[in-house]
Structures are given as C-alpha cells and as structure tokens.
Design a protein around this ligand. Structure first.
Ligand code: SF4
Length: 340
C-alpha cells in the first residue's frame, strides 16, 4: 500500500484533506508541528493544536507524530530569508521548514509524497501559486506535494501522473471563503472542527509588534515569548521591560515564569496585578513601574497604591507609595513600546 505523510493541524482544511485522501486507499502518517504561536488552543478546546490533530487522526485510525519545531522556528522567525507577511509572520520560511521536516519523515518512513490541506489563494503570503512552487522547490519536494482541496487548479503532481491517486477525485477549491469547505464537511459527515480558521499569533498586529521588539533587542527566547503571551508589555529602556498581568490567570503565570534576576512587583493590601521587570532598573524606572502597577490596581477611587517589589531570589522587599500613571503618560509609553 502506498504511504504518504499528511500535515495535519486539526483545522478544517487539513481534516478534509485527510478524510479525502484516506478514501484513496493510502496509508497515511499524520504530522503536526508545534510552535509557541499557535492560536488553536485559544479558539477552541484549550488543549492545544496537537489535541485537535490527535482527535482527527484517531477518528481516521491513522498514526500521528507531533513534532516540536520551536527551536528551528525561532531561528526562522529571527531572520526569515523570504521576509515577513503583513505582520511578523514568516510564512514562506515557516512552510519551507515544515515541508523539510515532513520530507525527512517521508524518507524515514518509506512514504512516497506529502499531502496538505492548503487551498490556492487562501493565504496571501504562502498559498499563491508562485509561493507554493517556491516552497516546494526549496524543501526538495517538487511535484511531491498533493493539495487535494485545490489539486485540479494546480499542475499535476507525480502521485497523480503515476496514478497513485486519482486526479479526477481531487477538488478545485480556491480563495479565502470557507464556505466550500464547510459544505464539503457536511457532505463528508464532518461536524466537529473546532479549529476551523486555525491561526497564528504572529499575524496579530499587537503581538507582532512585541515580537519585533524582542527581536530588535536580541531577546527572542522562550521565557520572553511566554511573558509576551501573559500580560501587558512595556519597553521601558533599551534593556528593561515590564510585563503586567491582566487577570488572575496571567498573574499566576507571571509568578511561575519569574526567574532569578527578575524583579517581581505586587500590590500591597489591595487587589491588583503581578508584574515582572526584566533588565537593569534605575530608581526612575522602578518608580515608573510602580506607577504603572498602581494604575491597574483596584484603588477604590483613590489615585495611589502601595506597591512592593523585590529582585529575585532576594527576600528583601521594598514598598513604594505610588501615584498611578495617568492615561496620557501611559498612552505615550504604549506608543513607544507597542504595549497592549
Ligand atoms: S501563519 Fe504562522 S504558522 Fe501559519 S505559515 Fe505563517 S508563520 Fe507559519
């Protein structure tokens, strides 16, 4: 039986591709790539993209390999050879990376080609004909990528030419509308596709601004990325930044993420956020940070709050009576730092 690798995010398009190709009598091996920027866990199950892919793979009875591509992805994100999309999404290099890793898996597993749920013209940076060809070429997969949802609109692939799959049964979906895929899902009896639109934090303009800030300051690492996802972000100087929790969950997460050398800010005697300061803080920056903290505290009509802070792992706590930063100053800081 012919073997093929399918890139399975667990979203609607890749689910449809998997369903269609499993009907071609192929032995499918699904692969799911993890990066820190997947949005599926926010949109849906809360269990992450891998769980959506797992659900689809299980329902089709196919093997699933989950590959954490974070390390290689961060290198690509820092300096993408083909540049960024509208925000900080390096889609072409990202696809080349995932395709290369899929090719490795194809070769190791004795598979003959790869399959994706890509739809011609759906995403501006990576799903136009020219870019699709470029990605295939650079990944060493020319003619070996089958996109069953759009195949009839694309040049015949080696699997189609060799009769391994039927070009006749391939589809001709194109464009950004999801309606054809939703209709197809109904026809195929697929009702549960929680990650319909998928998503990537790097396409979010606010988040992208903060990632750019990290890259510009040579600070792109997993702790900093996790911090960006866990609060309001303020760049206070070339080397110092403050991340302020927006809710109880983020406050807990920040407390967990704080490392030795970081400054942990907490309100004293009232409810309010937890914040982490990273980098060298002059007395002026400590003052500004406490005033930002005070701004977000539950001040009961007052315009000040007591804010405590300590440099981890020290136990020595300083407490500062702080007047909250006014909206004008906060807006200036936000404009300077791409903060949310
Ligand atoms: S949107 Fe994000 S995950 Fe998707 S191709 Fe672009 S960079 Fe990669």
């Amino acid at each position: 039986m012919m073997k093929a690798i399918i890139l399975l995010s667990g979203g609607l398009d890749s689910t449809l591709a998997a369903e269609l190709m499993s009907r071609e009598g192929l032995e499918l091996i699904a692969v799911n790539f993890k990066t820190p920027f997947c949005l599926c866990d926010r949109h849906s199950s809360g269990l992450g993209c891998g769980s959506n892919a797992r659900r689809v793979a299980d329902s089709l009875g196919i093997e699933l390999k989950i590959i954490n591509a974070t390390e290689d992805f961060l290198k690509v994100l820092e300096k993408p050879a083909h540049g960024y999309g509208a925000n900080m999404n390096p889609c072409i290099d990202c696809r080349i990376l995932f395709f290369k890793k899929s090719r490795e898996l194809m070769e190791q597993s004795g598979s003959s080609f790869i399959i994706t749920g890509e739809v011609l013209g759906q995403r501006p940076m990576s799903q136009f004909r020219r870019q699709m060809n470029l990605i295939e070429r650079e990944a060493g997969l020319e003619g070996l990528v089958v996109r069953p949802l759009s195949a009839k609109l694309l040049a015949p692939t080696i699997p189609e030419k060799n009769g391994w799959i039927s070009r006749e049964r391939m589809l001709d979906i194109a464009g950004r509308s999801r309606r054809p895929q939703m209709a197809l899902a109904r026809d195929l009896g697929i009702n549960d596709y929680p990650c319909a639109a998928g998503g990537c934090l790097l396409t979010d303009p606010k988040f992208a601004g903060r990632i750019k800030d990290l890259i510009d300051h040579g600070e792109l690492d997993m702790q900093n990325i996790s911090l960006l996802k866990s609060g309001r972000y303020f760049r206070l100087s070339q080397n110092a930044k403050l991340i302020v929790g927006r809710n109880e969950g983020e406050n807990k997460m920040l407390a967990i993420l704080a490392k030795d050398g970081d400054i942990l800010f907490e309100p004293l005697g009232i409810n309010g956020p937890v914040a982490i300061g990273k980098g060298p803080f002059s007395s002026q920056l400590l003052d500004v940070s406490c005033r930002i903290m005070a701004r977000y505290c539950d001040r009961n009509g007052k315009n000040y709050a007591d804010i405590s802070y300590r440099r981890l792992p020290d136990d020595q706590v300083m407490t500062v009576w702080s007047v909250c930063l006014d909206e004008g100053d906060l807006a200036k800081l936000r404009a300077l730092t791409n903060a949310a």
